[in-house]
Design a protein around this ligand. Structure first.
Ligand SMILES: [Zn+2]
Length: 88
């Protein structure tokens, strides 16, 4: 066994791992629902919010992001669903 706590798939998480949360890293304290350019970074081409294991966000920011995206959708700034191939 190596240093750190064991996680799924035999990977280990070391204590001094670099921060990967986009919002914490760039010191964004409030996630703005009007900032669709930033929010779009965390959406798939189908308009889904990427999961935490894919985007590396911390739990706190991921919750704030989800709220911001949902509000932005309601305000029609972001799509509920996008890039659907109708031809198939
Ligand atoms: Zn964060």
């Amino acid at each position: 066994m190596s240093v750190g706590t064991a996680t799924i798939a035999g990977q280990t998480r070391r204590p001094g791992r670099r921060q990967t949360c986009y919002f914490c890293k760039s010191k964004i304290t409030r996630i703005d629902y009007k900032d669709t350019e930033t929010l779009r970074k965390f959406l798939t081409e189908y308009g889904r919010i990427t999961p935490r294991y894919a985007n590396g966000n911390c739990a706190k920011c991921q919750r704030a992001l989800a709220r911001a995206v949902k509000l932005a959708r309601f305000m029609a700034l972001l799509p509920y669903v996008g890039a659907v191939n109708v031809e198939d």
